[in-house]
Design a protein around this ligand. Sequence first.
Ligand code: DAH
Length: 342
Amino acid sequence: MASLQEQIQQYEQEIIAFQSANAAELEDFRIRFLGAKGIVKQIFGEMKNVPADQRKEAGQMLNAFKILAEEKYDSFKAQQVDTKASGPLVDHTLPGTPLPLGTRHPLRVVENKIVSIFERIGFSVATGPEIEDDWHNFTSLNMPEHHPARDMQDTFYVSTNPDWVLRTHTSSTQARILETESLPIRVICPGRVYRNETISARAHCFFHQCEGLYVDKNVSFADLKQTLYYFVTEMFGENTKVRFRPSYFPFTEPSAEMDISCTVCGGSGCNLCKHTGWVEILGCGMVHPNMLRNFGIDPEVYTGFAFGMGVERITQVKYQVNDLRMYSQNDVRFLRQFQAIQ
Ligand code: DAH
């Protein structure tokens, strides 16, 4: 009995000192003390050797010992359950979840192409505000109030200030550049413009333009033609032909519209060129002397050319996008088709 008591006390020390950090250690503890062949079972087995008069006392001691082992085990087991409950184990060595790459919007891709073609021949980028005042959007461009040319563009007015409009064209940036920059000027001005149009496949209330402006001594119509011809061959390929048709814009004199040979049928006739073999891509001309005077530039000394093109139009001609609404519908099946030309 004495030796049994000593044995139990020794084991009790061991149980009290036991600390477990992980499941494997705790399981070892369970097997050692509480398992089918564990110490608790063993010691209970020795009860038969205890003299009958001491059995009661020995039984109480053994029960206390068993409870000590069980409680120790249960307390660590509970902690382990807690750690599990705080979240699943993460295997940091697993490969990550691949995220698909997005693509640039086709209009941005085309705008970038236009800009870089002009940058290569010395044009720099200029931008202006989308909310414009009457002077920069109309009046300074040789379109005073009540000028009939204002009706060519249905304008959105800002309700809080009758002098403010959502710019109807990027020509307003021309005005701002002539106002602030010193000569010579050679800029390309991309940006969003707005018109009060009913949305359909062929019209939208906002779209994008790129404006070009070159003002210096001795700038001629021949320079304009050659610059635009260079642009067309870079954008649509060497074999593309150009033609200029006389036109009217208040801020240029003379004015022209430029057509290119149809990029789809090459001139034999198709839907894009409406069976004419030609597609119109931009308006241009020599900067009107009145406009130069509006910004204190002497038209006897300086001349300039300007042009304006629609980015949606260039994209349509280059990539056969036939519905303007697609650009703002964010349908990834449409957008993904431009992955190859990023
Ligand atoms: N601003 C004109 C438009 O929106 C386009 C344009 C035509 C711009 C001739 C020009 C130009 O700079 O010279 O229809």
